[in-house]
Ligand binder design. Structure first.
Ligand code: SAH
Length: 462
């Protein structure tokens, strides 16, 4: 982000623009919506600018810009569309240390004016740092179509009502009130006019004030394998609504970015064997926050119901009469099979696919090795890296073929995803050689499809 977006307070600010042609007109149309004192310097100004000056919307100086004009200004626009003139304006702005924009000159400018969707006081600024003006226009058109023109009026009425709404307790109660106003009450009443909308706000506030105090609630949600686009819509909404987010190490930073900025973000990071935070501490943390009456999101990698100790956390909630709900997620087995371009079950090959853990509380986990060793079996082995040699030994001992395909998918669905294709016989060697550092799923019985049809590789990776 080379250009950092800010909203400038223009009340009583002086904004200087040098130029009187097309470029100046384009900038002025937007600048005139602000509360700034606009000073235009142009020996030769377009008729529109003269009209605006006559109407008192700006002050027109029919001469070139001088040093004393610039001192103390908030912004300077060089809009003469003539290089020599613009560079004089730039020199004046810089020696007075005033932020400068040279029209159509990104590199020479201190700031740029974004594309804007205007539902004053709701303003959406869109910038692409000059990379894609067409894209910026498309996004603008999209938003223009999506946001009702009444949005500005709703926000203005809402703003005037903020003080009254502050009688609601801070946090969830207040958010619930505003959310209902902006999504239901407001849109339903705004067509009947401002007075009707204000009355509706009064009624809504009275309702919310008499409601019982908010009760805590815990949402156990799966964050999927890492790619934010593999979040469910429900998980995404839960992230947006949560007051407290307690997340695992496997949840990717790009997903945590989706939480509200005010949300309390707590890491319950766990490492393969052993835990950075004990399960009892995590349970206590969940209960503590939910008991305070807030919305807790317990976010787990993949699916919360797959090797994620969900039941223990649920039992802790039940023991304290805390309501909870579960949002499933895409588990690592699904994402890893997709990375290989394979299905987990296939007609004629396997009638079951097993989710297996490499280790449990006692150490390396025991399995029904005999059935796993059968030809055509497919198992997704979670936390299987360290147990690889143990698993290999058991399977070979129970008659599995050494050339049984085994694939490891590290960081499935993420940009740094890696696939290691090997066989049961070669598994420990292949693992040692690959030196995987991220979470990896071992898929017993599956080889990447591109081992057979190499052209598919790219499509699968995308
Ligand atoms: N609840 C999670 C599993 C937690 S156990 C789920 O449903 O996916 C942790 C193990 O999951 C890791 O050791 C690894 O084997 C696997 N895993 C989780 N995310 C992964 C990813 N993005 N790529 C590969 N394996 C992953």
């Amino acid at each position: 982000m080379q250009h950092y977006p800010v909203f400038l307070n223009t009340r009583a600010a002086r904004i200087i623009l040098s130029g009187g042609g097309e470029a100046a007109l384009a900038k002025l149309r937007l600048l005139m919506k602000t509360e700034a004192n606009l000073h235009v310097f142009a020996p030769d100004a377009a008729p529109e600018i003269i009209d605006w000056a006559n109407a008192g919307a700006l002050t027109l100086h029919r001469r070139a810009l001088k040093a004393e004009d610039v001192a103390g200004a908030a912004l300077v626009y060089a809009a003469d569309e003539a290089e020599a003139r613009d560079s004089e304006t730039a020199t004046l702005a810089h020696s007075a240390r005033v932020l400068l924009n040279i029209v159509d000159n990104l590199e020479g400018s201190d700031f740029i004016t974004p594309a804007i969707v205007d539902r004053d006081p709701v303003t959406i600024a869109i910038g692409t740092e000059g990379a894609a003006p067409v894209l910026a226009r498309q996004i603008k058109a999209d938003l223009e179509a999506r946001l009702p023109s009444s949005l500005g009026a709703l926000a203005r009425i809402g703003k005037a009502f903020r003080h009254a709404a502050d009688t609601l307790p801070m946090g969830r109660a207040r958010r619930a009130f505003w959310s209902e106003y902006y999504t239901k009450t407001g849109p339903a009443s705004i067509s009947k006019g401002e007075a009707a909308t204000k009355a509706a706000l009064d009624t809504l506030l009275a309702q919310h004030l008499t409601e019982a105090p908010a009760e805590g609630h815990v949402v156990f949600a799966g964050a999927g394998p890492g790619d934010p686009e593999l979040l469910t819509l429900k998980a995404r909404r839960a992230l947006h609504e949560a007051d407290v987010v307690i997340y695992d190490r496997l949840v990717s930073p790009a997903i945590l970015e989706l939480a509200r900025r005010e949300a309390l973000m707590l890491s319950a990071g766990k490492e393969g064997f052993g835990a950075a935070m004990s399960q009892a501490d995590i349970n206590a943390l969940i209960v503590k926050h939910a008991s305070a009456g807030v919305q807790v999101l317990r976010l787990k990698g993949g699916d919360p119901a797959v090797f994620a100790r969900l039941d223990e956390e649920i039992e802790a909630c039940e023991a304290h009469d805390i309501a909870f709900s579960i949002i499933p997620g895409i588990t690592a087995a699904s994402a890893s099979a997709a990375a290989l371009g394979q299905s987990l079950t296939k007609r004629g090959r396997n009638t079951e696919a097993r989710l297996v853990t490499g280790h449990d509380m006692q150490g390396y986990a025991d399995q029904d090795w005999k059935s796993l060793a059968r030809a055509g079996e497919v198992a997704a082995i979670y936390m299987g890296k360290r147990a690889a040699r143990f698993i290999q030994g058991r399977l070979l001992m129970h008659g599995a073929a050494a050339n049984t395909p085994v694939s490891l998918v590290e960081n499935a669905s993420l940009p740094n995803q890696r696939i290691v294709a090997t066989t049961l016989g070669q598994l420990p060697n292949a693992l040692a050689e690959a030196a995987l550092t991220g979470p990896a799923l071992t898929l017993l019985g599956l080889a990447p499809r591109d081992a057979v049809a190499p052209t598919l590789k790219q499509e699968v990776a995308q």
